[in-house]
Design a protein around this ligand. Structure first.
Ligand SMILES: [Zn+2]
Length: 101
C-alpha cells in the first residue's frame, strides 16, 4: 500500500539513527527514489509493485545517502551493512525496469 511507504521509511530511519526531514511519495517516471541534502526522501509510488525486500532496499538506499551523498565505495559499504542482499534487489530492479514506465 502507498500509505505504508512513509511509516516504513520513518521506521527504517529510526532503526539506523538517521534523521529524515520529510518523506514524499511521488509519481516519478525515471527513478525509484531520491534524497536531498536537506533530508527529504522522495519515493516512487510504484514501489508498492515491488517485493518487500526491494522496497526496503530502495528506502535504505535513499536513507544511506543521508550518510554519503554519492555512490562511492564508502557509500556502498554503508548500504551493504544495512542491506546485505542489496545486490539481489539491484538485480531484480534491473530485470523489472519496465515497471518504471
Ligand atoms: Zn543512490
Amino acid at each position: 500500500m502507498v500509505a505504508e511507504l512513509v511509516p516504513r521509511t520513518l521506521e527504517l530511519a529510526q532503526q539506523h539513527q538517521l534523521r529524515v526531514t520529510r518523506v514524499t511519495v511521488r509519481n516519478q517516471r525515471s527513478r525509484w527514489g531520491s534524497c536531498s541534502a536537506r533530508g527529504t526522501i522522495s519515493l516512487n509510488w510504484r514501489l508498492i509493485q515491488t517485493p518487500l525486500f526491494v522496497r526496503d532496499y530502495i528506502i535504505l538506499h535513499e536513507l544511506m545517502h543521508l550518510r554519503e551523498m554519492n555512490h562511492s565505495a564508502r557509500y556502498w559499504r554503508c548500504v551493504e551493512e544495512v542491506c546485505p542482499d542489496y545486490r539481489t534487489a539491484e538485480a531484480w530492479l534491473k530485470a523489472n525496469h519496465g515497471l518504471l514506465r
